[in-house]
Ligand binder design. Structure first.
Ligand SMILES: O=C(O)CCC(=O)C(=O)O
Ligand SMILES: [Fe+2]
Length: 262
């Protein structure tokens, strides 16, 4: 209740923040229908809280999204205690994990209506809703084959009304859904897909913890090696390539799948 727009703007003042600005509610990472702009924090908060803007970049009903980053975007991790020290004072992070497991805390502010594409993160995550309301749709990592992934993101942007001609397997993905209101905390396990729509203007942040980011590093190395193996298969005639590719799939299943997943 303390985090009104007035309080937020006055607490952190006019430091510059980099934000996403989108003319439409559903942000699209494929067509890049949003732009990055910079605003003083207090101006940004007021803009994100209003529906129609007198001053704007693209359109009078454009939407805003802040996802905080570290001081040096390449080197530093997002940490609400460093980038928003005054507001961080108000925050009592529930002690759900050991201090050494902390990886980052990402401060997020979103216009009402804005929708973030379905993606996964490699860390376990607590999404803490401070004000406003968000609907979160989740999918298990095991449903990855039905989500048409491009890197860590799903190309199926409209999860409520998917284009099934283009994405026929999407119907097989099992949807879990919840609504976060002020004071709610959602645990999003590592690798679980999430799609977030802000139903009301709101502030939230997420704290991620990790088993150490060695594991994801090994995963991206393994994918690089697999890509090289696939490149090598291209030297073979089609029949052979097909045969050996299937053998490789069997080998992966046998050696790397969990045996309790069926
Ligand atoms: O709440 C959001 O806008 C996105 C949350 C998210 O992607 C996360 O916590 O990892
Ligand atoms: Fe996420």
């Amino acid at each position: 209740t303390k985090w009104t727009t007035d309080y937020l703007s006055q607490a952190e003042g006019s430091k510059e923040v980099k934000i996403h600005v989108s003319a439409v509610p559903q942000m699209d990472f494929l067509s890049k229908n949003f732009v990055y702009r910079t605003l003083p924090f207090d101006v940004f908060v007021r803009r994100a809280a209003e529906v129609k803007h007198k001053e704007y970049f693209l359109t009078e009903d454009e939407k805003y999204y802040l996802r905080s980053v570290g001081e040096d975007v390449r080197k530093d991790i997002a940490d609400i205690r460093k980038q928003f020290p005054v507001l961080a004072e108000d925050v009592h992070i529930p002690e759900y994990f050991e201090k050494e497991q902390f990886f980052s805390s990402v401060f997020r502010i979103s216009s009402a209506g804005l929708q973030l594409w379905t993606h996964y993160d490699v860390m376990d995550n607590f999404l803490i809703q401070v004000t406003g309301k968000k609907r979160v749709v989740l999918y298990s990592p095991r449903d990855a084959p039905y989500l048409y992934l491009s890197g860590t993101k799903s190309e199926v942007l409209d999860v409520d009304n998917p284009d099934l001609e283009k994405y026929p397997l999407f119907v097989k993905a099992k949807r879990y859904q919840c609504v976060l209101e002020a004071g709610d905390v959602l645990f999003i396990p590592a690798l679980w897909f999430h799609n977030v729509i802000s139903e009301e203007f709101g502030v939230s942040y997420d704290k991620t913890d990790t088993y150490g980011n060695k594991d994801p590093m090994a995963a991206s190395r393994a994918i690089q090696i697999l890509d090289r193996a696939l490149k090598t298969l291209e030297e073979l005639p089609e029949e052979y390539r097909d045969f050996y590719a299937r053998r490789m799939v069997l080998r992966i299943q046998e050696k790397a799948y969990r045996n309790d997943y069926g």
